[in-house]
Design a protein around this ligand. Sequence first.
Ligand code: EZ4
Ligand code: CO
Length: 404
Amino acid sequence: MKIKEIRVIVTSPGRNFVTVKIITDEGLYGIGDATVNGRELAVVAYLEEHVIPCLIGRDPMQIEDIWQYLYRGAYWRRGPITMAAISGIDTALWDIKAKAANMPLYQLLGGASRTKIMAYAHAQGRTIEEVADAVLAKKEQGFVAIRAQSGVPGFESIYGIGSSKGAKNSEARIKNLPKEEVWSTSKYLRHIPKVFERLRDVVGWDTHLLHDAHHRLTPIEAARLGKDLEPYRLFWLEDAVPAELPEGYRIIREHTTTPIALGEVFNTIWDARTVIEEQLIDYIRTTSVHAGGVTGLRRIFDFAAIYHVRTACHGPTDVSPVAMGANLHIDLWVPNFGIQEISGYREETHEVFPHAWSQDGGFLHPGEAIGHGVDIDEELARKYPYKRSYLPVNRLEDGTLWHW
Ligand code: EZ4
Ligand code: CO
């Protein structure tokens, strides 16, 4: 079997996605997600100009060799753009291999280790009561784990809480540039424990509660938040501190027993090495789209298992249904599974990416289709052209640029 053609499909059914489609001379094809939210076309150029010409005519069964060729062979290793490109190719190749083997991907990985995949949903609100209502609504839908994000008094719009009315007509919105938000760590740190105190009152103790600090704190601030949240027994505190300095997580660990999750922006096992090896985290949040495909993710997860670190694939709307499908196969197999995030997709997104994976209340399953079970309707995809789009940026009250 030979790789005959590789297409890069850019589509925007509600938001931008970059999808790789590898077609073989025997008619089998596979698809992979290569989306980097806000920097999509950089991956397209990387694939089209630098990766695809090297792969035409190669044996698609040699997944490991192709991975090494694209990783080591580039000389310039790692980084989100390179690794998303490798991820898209790798995921499509695993799709082809599983189809050739006439198996769902999880069988090729070693078979199912569980019958269903626990997922967590997002709940958010501007006020504590709005958050409480949103959490109860998700519980009602059958979720046993829920991430709760709250507005902070005095701020119109922050991460995880819908954009404010004012932002709709802002200059940034009109020019289609990044929206700017305002942030105060001290106000946030005072408010969040009150949110979780109330949430335990309304939801009880059987529902897992999670919270995402979205990389905004310093280690000692994160340590204090973790300590303040201990009475409410969080499932985890996510992305407390940017992990460019992974050793910073030692400070958090010294002070709190709140479990720590990290890794949605990691690209390789090297990014994850210190925090896993020193047991500074409890959940590793890498996914197939940003951490080197099925090949990269499996390697990270096996390494994590040695250190009692469990898996928790990132699953926002910008991780496409293709990567979601691949992640679910890994989730079903991986011995040290923890949880899977699902923030949900718009109807148009489901239509462009028909998938065998399914949701039943708060649990997911990859399905029994051969391959990873996710496809792309290319004709429909063409109806949703790419539109430049950015993540917001964040500033402190005095204008200092901060982490969003
Ligand atoms: O901000 O995927 O846990 N989920 C998250 C996400 C990220 C986006 C960035 O593209 O933090 O909402
Ligand atoms: Co997050």
